[in-house]
Ligand binder design. Structure first.
Ligand SMILES: [Zn+2]
Length: 599
C-alpha cells in the first residue's frame, strides 16, 4: 500500500555520491557515505575542491532529509497505520541519533578546511579574489552558510547535551500535560482544543460557561505548569553559562542565529506596538463591544469569552463544501494574481503534493514540508469548510511558492532553510495578496467580512506577540525570581497589551494565562519572528497597492534567494525594510485601519 498521496518523484539533480539503490532508513548503508566525505575533506587541495565536496555533502543531507520527510508525511496522513508509525519511529530512533554527531563532525571539518584553504586562494570562505577589490563579507556566496555552521560549532558544548535532553523531556511533559486536559461539558468529555469552538457561539451564557470551565481546569494545574517552568529556566541558565554566556537571553539569540537584530530592537518593537497598535486594538474592541450590544448592558464590558464570536452574531462563513472546491477556487485566485505562481500551484496539484481534507486517522493541524531531493513542496491540512481553511491554504501555498522558487539553489542549507522571519513573509504576504480575490469563495458582502476577520487578526496578533516576547526577556533577565514576581511581571504586560477586556473575578486565570503559550515552554524566544514577518508581509501588501507587478516580481525574486542572504537583504529584495520600530509600524497599521474602514 502506498501511504503517500504522491507517486515517485525524481531527484531534481542526478545523484553523484548517494547510490541509487541505497536504503536511507538503514544506518549501516549510510555510515560509509559519511566516512567517504570525511576522508575526501582531508584531500581537498583548493577552495574549488571544497566547494564540490560541499555539494556532495548537500546531496547526502537532502536525500536523508527527504527520507525523513516522506516518513513523517506518511505517518501524519495515516496516524492509524502501524506500518507508517513503525517506519517513522525507526528513522527517529535508529537513524537520527547516529546522524547528528556525524553531521556535526562534518561541520567541524568544514570550518577547519575552509580556514586552511582560505589563506592561499579564492575560497568559499571569504570570496576574496586575488587582485580584485576587497569584497564586503556578505557579498560572498558562502557568507551566511559559513556564519551558521561556525556559530553551531562554536556554541557546542558536550556537557550541554545531557541538559538539552533534560530540557526536551520537560517540554514533552508540558505537552503531555496540556494535551491530557479535558473537561466535562454538558455531559460530554471534551479536550480544551474542542472547547475553543464554543467561544464562537452566539449564545453569550454558553460561551461564558465554556470559558469558565476551561479556565478552572487550567487553574487546577497551575503548580504543575510552574514547576515544569522553574526547572526549565534553571536548566537553560546552566546551558548558557556552560557556553560562556552571562545569561540565557544572549545565548538564545546566538543559538537562534539572530545576527541581524538585538534584544534592544525587540524592546523597540514592544514600545512601537504599545504606541502604534494598541490604539487600533482598543478601537476594534470598542466597536466589537457596541456590535455585541454590550454597551446597553451594565456594566457592559467585553469579557474574555466575548473575543472570538462574530460581533454581529451571524452564522460562520461557509467558503466551500468539498475540498476539491477549495483547491479549484484557490487556483482561480492565483490565476488572477500571477501566472507564474498559478503555474506553481497547478504543478503541486499535478504531482498530487497535497493532503488537505480532514478525516479520521490524520494528524491535526497544517504544515508545508519540503521534499528536499525532488525539490518540491508538500501541503498538509485538515480542511472542514471554514474561513480559517482559506487563510491556511493561502498561507501554506506561500511557503510552497518559496520552496519552488528556490529550486535551482544547489546548496541544501540555502534551499531548505531560509530564516523563519522571512519564510513567514512568503506565507503571510500570500494571505494578504490572495485575499484581494477572495470573491472566488464568497459573495461580495461575505468576502468583505472574511477580509475584515483576517485583517483584525493581523492587527490583533501584534500585542500578543509583544506580550509573549517581552515576558521572556523579563524572565531570563531576572534569574532567581519568585513565582509571585513572575506573575506580577506578566500582569504588567497584560495591562500594557491586553486592551479593554474586563477580567474581574478571574484575576488568577489572567495571571496564569501564559501557561497556554507553548512557545514560552518549548521554544524559548521563538515568537517575535511572527511579528517581524507580519511587518514584512504588510509592507509587501502596501507595495502591491501602489505597483502590483513590481511587488510580485520582487516577491518572487526574494523567494528565489532561499536562505542565501542575511535577513536585511532578503527583506530588501522583497521591497521591504527590515525594521520593527514605530516609524515602520505606524503607516502599516494606518493602512490596515483605512482598509478596514472601507470594508
Ligand atoms: Zn507559516
Amino acid at each position: 500500500m502506498n501511504l503517500l498521496p504522491f507517486g515517485k518523484l525524481p531527484a531534481h539533480k542526478a545523484r553523484t555520491l548517494v547510490p541509487q539503490t541505497i536504503d536511507l532508513g538503514d544506518w549501516p548503508q549510510i555510515a560509509p557515505l559519511f566516512d567517504q566525505l570525511e576522508t575526501r575533506a582531508a584531500q581537498c587541495q583548493s577552495a574549488a575542491d571544497l566547494e564540490r565536496w560541499l555539494l556532495d555533502w548537500s546531496e547526502l543531507t537532502a536525500a536523508l532529509d527527504e527520507e525523513a520527510a516522506r516518513r513523517y508525511i506518511a505517518m501524519t496522513c495515516h496516524t492509524d497505520n502501524a506500518e507508517a508509525e513503525k517506519a517513522y519511529l525507526h528513522f527517529v530512533e535508529n537513524v537520527e541519533p547516529q546522524l547528528k554527531p556525524r553531521q556535526f563532525a562534518l561541520e567541524r571539518i568544514y570550518i577547519r578546511r575552509r580556514d586552511d584553504l582560505h589563506e592561499s586562494q579564492t575560497s568559499p570562505a571569504t570570496g576574496k579574489n586575488k587582485g580584485t577589490r576587497e569584497a564586503r563579507p556578505s557579498e560572498n556566496r558562502y557568507f551566511v552558510f559559513d556564519r551558521d555552521v561556525k556559530n553551531h560549532v562554536e556554541l557546542f558544548r558536550p556537557e550541554n547535551v545531557a541538559l538539552e535532553t533534560e530540557d526536551a523531556k520537560l517540554c514533552q511533559q508540558y505537552q503531555k500535560l496540556t494535551g491530557s486536559l479535558t473537561v466535562n461539558f454538558r455531559g460530554e468529555e471534551k479536550t480544551l482544543v474542542q472547547m475553543g469552538r464554543y467561544l464562537e457561539e452566539p449564545d453569550r451564557a454558553l460561551r461564558q460557561e465554556a470559558w469558565e470551565l476551561v479556565a478552572k481546569r487550567r487553574l487546577q494545574e497551575v503548580d504543575n505548569f510552574d514547576e515544569i517552568f522553574d526547572r526549565l529556566i534553571e536548566l537553560r541558565q546552566r546551558t548558557a553559562r556552560n557556553a560562556g554566556f552571562k545569561n540565557y537571553r544572549d545565548y538564545a539569540f546566538r543559538r537562534l542565529g539572530r545576527f541581524d537584530y538585538t534584544p534592544e530592537d525587540c524592546t523597540r518593537f514592544h514600545d512601537a506596538v504599545a504606541r502604534e497598535v494598541m490604539p487600533a486594538v482598543r478601537e476594534l474592541q470598542a466597536a466589537r463591544r457596541r456590535q455585541l450590544g454590550l454597551d446597553k448592558l451594565h456594566p457592559g464590558h467585553l469579557r474574555p469569552w466575548d473575543l472570538a464570536v462574530d460581533p454581529q452574531n451571524r452564522p460562520p462563513l461557509k467558503p466551500f463544501g468539498q475540498v476539491g472546491e477549495m483547491v479549484s477556487r484557490t487556483q482561480k485566485i492565483f490565476d488572477r494574481l500571477d501566472g507564474e505562481l498559478a503555474g506553481g500551484f497547478r504543478q503541486i496539484q499535478d504531482l498530487r503534493l497535497l493532503d488537505l481534507d480532514n478525516r479520521k486517522g490524520k494528524a491535526p493541524g497544517g504544515y508545508q514540508q519540503n521534499l528536499a531531493e525532488a525539490r518540491v513542496p508538500f501541503i498538509f491540512m485538515n480542511a472542514v469548510g471554514q474561513q480559517r481553511d482559506v487563510e491556511t491554504i493561502l498561507h501554506e501555498a506561500g511557503h510552497a511558492f518559496h520552496a519552488l522558487a528556490a529550486r535551482n539553489e544547489d546548496l541544501h542549507a540555502y534551499r531548505n532553510s531560509p530564516p523563519i522571519e522571512f519564510c513567514e513573509v512568503a506565507s503571510m504576504s500570500m494571505e494578504l495578496l490572495g485575499n484581494e480575490f477572495i470573491e472566488e469563495f464568497y459573495s461580495a458582502a461575505d468576502a468583505n467580512r472574511a477580509r475584515r476577520v483576517h485583517l483584525e487578526g493581523v492587527i490583533g496578533v501584534f500585542p500578543w506577540i509583544a506580550t509573549v516576547d517581552e515576558f521572556q526577556h523579563w524572565i531570563y533577565a531576572h534569574p532567581g525570581h519568585s513565582r509571585a514576581d513572575r506573575a506580577a511581571a506578566w500582569l504588567e504586560l497584560m495591562d500594557r497589551f491586553g486592551g479593554d477586556v474586563d477580567w474581574r473575578g478571574y484575576e488568577t486565570a489572567r495571571a496564569n494565562l501564559w501557561h497556554r503559550q507553548l512557545h514560552i515552554f518549548t521554544h524559548p524566544f521563538y515568537y517575535i519572528e511572527y511579528g517581524i514577518a507580519q511587518l514584512g508581509a504588510l509592507q509587501v501588501w502596501a507595495n502591491s497597492k501602489r505597483d502590483k507587478a513590481k511587488t510580485l516580481n520582487d516577491y518572487k525574486k526574494s523567494l528565489a534567494l532561499g536562505g542565501s542572504r542575511p535577513l536585511p537583504e532578503l527583506f530588501s529584495a522583497a521591497g521591504c525594510k527590515f525594521q520593527f520600530d514605530a516609524a515602520t509600524i505606524k503607516p502599516l497599521i494606518q493602512r490596515a485601519r483605512s482598509e478596514l474602514a472601507n470594508l
